[in-house]
Design a protein around this ligand. Sequence first.
Ligand code: NAD
Ligand code: ZN
Length: 362
Amino acid sequence: MVALGDRTCPVLFRNGAVAELATRIAALGGVAHCVTDAHVDALHGAALRQALDVAGVRHAWSRVPPGEVHKTLATVAGLYDELLARGISRRDVVVAFGGGVVGDLAGFVAGTILRGVRWIAAPTTLLAQVDASVGGKTGVDHALGKNLIGVFHQPTLVFADAAWLATLPRREIRSGLAEVLKHGAIADAGHLERVVAEAPRLLAGDGEALRPVIAASVAIKARFVAADERDEGCRALLNFGHTFGHAIEAEAGGELTHGEAVALGMRIAARLSVDRGGLTVAELDRLDAALDACELAGDWRPWLRPAVLRRLAADKKAAGGVVNLILLRELGRAVIDPVPLVELTAAAEALARLGGDVRRRR
Ligand SMILES: NC(=O)c1ccc[n+]([C@@H]2O[C@H](COP(=O)([O-])OP(=O)(O)OC[C@H]3O[C@@H](n4cnc5c(N)ncnc54)[C@H](O)[C@@H]3O)[C@@H](O)[C@H]2O)c1
Ligand SMILES: [Zn+2]
């Protein structure tokens, strides 16, 4: 549950319960406007359609092309056209059935069409189940940057069914596990250790193993969201690994997934935490080992090249030249460390040059 007063949002964790999702949609009444992408539709669309039929729900479907490049206002405009032509009413509900791209698109459409209708998030990737579907941020990319247009619009329900993840490519599972490990690193070292212990089953997409891990991860994210819904304070701790991660992801130009880039960003931020935050070398080793266990490759050094630092600087100059770097005081506790950009770049350059304790900087 994400506790937000009258916008409190239940999050349900299941493994093979599409019939229950249909029943819950039926209970809301109105037409279900399902938004999905071509991959998810081909793999799981028939089962949800059938379940909705059995539950007596009137449903209509819109399919967007898969991929981040389609998370745009143009796709949103197409969805407005379809839903309005179909006669969507304020009693209806939008169902976002897909990964984070579908969730951000459909949530944004739900938040803006007819000045806002209810929506259900039915996330089908690990990343969307543990991260994107929780917190009420919706929106699209702009030519000038990712996620620059959007609204906060909490879903009425998040229904995370681990069974959908059985068809997810291993690389997408890994990418989601990076965010799971991030939750452990900033808030609960025990969570991190449980993920390591279960890593082989998690990577294989085993729903029984995934379900409790997803629930624990969401509980952590929900705590930060409930404390700071509009991202003006402690919700920033969820950006651990993302300062460098975003710059690396952009520089990689599609070569790395978001999670892979964030994993490298976490390794870098953890090393800066040893220098500035009080993290011990033993804890750094535990984080490295956890990332290794989740097959999130470890060679961060080549990514601290000048081009990446220039990207980071260009990105952060807009924010006044001070970077709110997220550091670990210990494994399971994060803090915000506002660092002048010049100081951060110098620290990153020093890290890249090696020097000092080589083992620590492997
Ligand atoms: N709103 C938020 O708070 C928030 C937080 C984190 C990320 N995001 C956004 O989420 C997006 C990334 O989400 P994502 O990683 O889920 O990407 P995605 O939605 O592009 O999905 C990744 C790929 O997996 C496919 N897929 C989805 N479910 C599948 C399944 N069950 N089996 C097989 N294939 C499946 C998709 O078609 C796609 O090709 C980004 O746009 C990011 O900005 C939003
Ligand atoms: Zn992320």
